[in-house]
Design a protein. Structure first.
Length: 247
């Protein structure tokens, strides 16, 4: 009897030990994964006249023009520092678009896909809102829009796609990717195209790649760009501005 009880105690201790090891492994893996995020690289930053830049208490960055025609909340790609998209959003703000680069917990947009609601509440004077996202940030942005259809006029996907169904929602959608992008899963992009409305705007930037929507260095698996990051960003801003300005 005593032997059986001892065996039970040993088994219980082993189970607890294995469970503890699994927890430690998962936590260690998460810490390692999130600590190796892509940081903003140095680049020439020019603040256009009439545009102010400030950080909110949660470190989100606001790019605010004197006259605002619409608001744009931007979700960064996974493990990419949100400030890496500053030039893109600065140039959008010069077009009269109030832009906010969202700081995500651990730089993982899926952990707080509803963050946009907090941002919108800070700017009640702005009526028309759009959400944009790069890579996995686009997937999180699409989820947010789908869960709050009445709150947003449109969705902008940069090198991304949506798993959410927007075909008959009335939400405007713009998708943009570079012709040399080797990170975007084109099979998923094509398969998910059925989720887009019939009038979705799809554009390809010739010579662009995945990483040049921001300034955070190159990814080893990405295609070599045939244009500069500045050129890719300017073309993207033109597309975004026209999309937001169109009816």
């Amino acid at each position: 009897m005593e032997e059986n009880e001892s065996l039970k105690e040993i088994k219980k201790a082993l189970i607890h030990g294995i469970a503890l090891l699994l927890v430690v492994s998962l936590v260690s893996g998460f810490v390692l994964y999130t600590s190796s995020y892509r940081r903003t690289q140095e680049y020439p930053q020019y603040v256009p006249p009439g545009v102010s830049v400030r950080r909110l208490d949660d470190d989100c960055i606001v790019f605010e023009p004197e006259t605002v025609r619409a608001g744009l909340i931007f979700y960064p790609d996974e493990r990419v520092e949100h400030s890496a998209y500053s030039e893109l959003l600065l140039e959008c703000s010069a077009e009269g678009i109030l832009c906010v680069a969202v700081k995500m917990p651990f730089n993982i947009p899926s952990l707080k896909s509803e963050k946009a609601a907090e941002i919108k509440a800070m700017f009640p004077e702005t009526d028309d809102w759009y959400i944009a996202g790069h890579g996995k940030g686009g997937i999180a942005a699409a989820k947010c829009v789908k869960n709050n259809i009445p709150d947003y006029k449109g969705l902008i996907l940069l090198a991304s796609y949506t798993k959410e169904y927007f075909y008959d929602t009335g939400v405007k959608v713009l998708t943009v990717y570079g012709s040399n992008d080797k990170i975007l899963n084109m099979k998923k992009y094509e398969n998910c195209s059925v989720n887009l409305p019939a009038d979705a705007v799809k554009r390809v930037i010739e010579g662009g790649n995945h990483t040049q929507f921001g300034y955070y260095g190159s990814l080893p698996k990405d295609g070599k760009a045939g244009i500069t990051a500045g050129e890719q960003i300017k073309e993207t801003v033109t597309l975004i501005s026209g999309f937001i300005g169109g009816e």
